[in-house]
Design a protein around this ligand. Structure first.
Ligand code: SF4
Ligand code: SF4
Length: 85
């Protein structure tokens, strides 16, 4: 599943440059994750790197965007083929 940033985000700027998919962007108030670009870092890393760098744990797995590892990998391949990442 894609990840999601909660409203408690303090805009510390740690996660945005770490995302290999450029899925993290500044929203109206806090950073947000584009679920169409987030692969949970599948294709790049063993675990979501944004989760590792966030100092206050406001990044969660979005229960509305459940995707299997296989689906996430296929998403990664498609994004590469489309030159989006
Ligand atoms: S899990 Fe990975 S791909 Fe998804 S937003 Fe975080 S750093 Fe980016
Ligand atoms: S690392 Fe966490 S607190 Fe910092 S900008 Fe990203 S989501 Fe917000």
């Amino acid at each position: 599943m894609a990840l999601k940033i909660l409203e408690g985000c303090i805009n510390c700027d740690m996660c945005e440059p770490e995302c290999p998919n450029k899925a993290i962007f500044m929203g109206e108030k806090v950073y947000e994750i584009d679920p169409d670009l987030c692969t949970e870092c599948v294709g790049f890393y063993d675990k979501p790197t944004c989760l590792s760098v966030c100092p206050i744990d406001v990044i969660i797995k979005d229960p509305n965007r459940i995707e299997s590892q296989e689906t996430l990998y296929q998403k990664f391949v498609q994004l590469v083929n489309d030159n989006k990442i």
